[in-house]
Design a protein around this ligand. Sequence first.
Ligand code: FEO
Length: 170
Amino acid sequence: MLNPKVRELLNDQINKEFYSAYLYLDFSNYYERLGLDGFANWYRVQAQEERDHAMLFYDYLQNNDELVELGAIGKPDKVFTDNMGPLKAALEHEQYVTALINAIYAEAYEARDFRTMEFLNWFVKEQGEEETNARDLITKMELFGNDPKSLYMLNSELLARVYTAPSLVL
Ligand code: FEO
């Protein structure tokens, strides 16, 4: 049995990760409409990763013989007026998710729940990577986004991103 508060936060995180997938799918949709298929691809892959994150929490709870309770997923409601908007919103969102992961970690630490801490270690590292990627993309857009040829190159770079499933033992 997991500590009730730890269990509750892990369960909530399933919803947050599915919301992240939904949010990034919305970003992908935004770029698709602009004809920026590379940016659309980048966020489509990102959405797939977020779905994986949700399922890792789902599986972890089930592996610990805990009941999963699925909640409603919120509607992404951000309105963007330029190409940079989703990139900045993504960084902000990842910083928020990092804070959520840290809060679960703190609760697991408090409960001396070493297994959950070990499970969360992967997410702590992943969040570092996610924030770096989001920040790098903003920098690239600042550098190249205003020149059509450079934007075309950047879009082509992002088109090359392929999905790979996470390798994580629960
Ligand atoms: Fe699952 Fe991008 O955090």
